[in-house]
Design a protein around this ligand. Structure first.
Ligand SMILES: [Zn+2]
Length: 131
């Protein structure tokens, strides 16, 4: 599992650590503390971007799929738009759900992570019955 964000790693890692998920890999923009008076944002994935995102989530999904991975994507906002067409399975809510409906992208709606776990178990059971 990888956390993709168009935000800054500085606060994302802090939030994950607070909830005991500090071990998760994070791919986000980087905040560099140069000294006590200066911080500089850095964009380590900029060269792979679509031109609209600082950290294009579509790029990360394409890369993962090229490595043979099955991708399950969970998103809710503007910065998730590039990822929706790249995911094998998409979970969507909020603004992203409206975007998917407007652009006829298949998704599973969710409210919380329990919804996602339940749907994935359902899909797994269906797959097991077919095979
Ligand atoms: Zn993008």
């Amino acid at each position: 599992m990888i956390v993709l964000s168009d935000g800054l790693d500085f606060y994302i890692k802090r939030i994950l650590e607070n909830y005991h998920f500090g071990y998760l890999e994070v791919r986000a923009n980087h905040l560099c503390f140069v000294n006590t008076n200066r911080i500089v944002p850095q964009f380590p994935y900029w060269q792979h971007t679509c031109g609209a995102c600082a950290n294009c989530k579509g790029y990360h999904l394409r890369q993962s799929r090229e490595q043979g991975n099955y991708t399950i994507y969970i998103g809710d906002g503007l910065s998730d738009r590039c990822a929706v067409k790249e995911a094998d399975v998409l979970f969507s809510k909020g603004e992203l759900m409206e975007y998917c409906q407007r652009h006829q992208v298949h998704f599973f709606p969710y409210s919380n992570f329990n919804d996602i776990v339940q749907k994935l178990q359902e899909l797994e059971n269906r797959e097991t019955q077919i095979n």
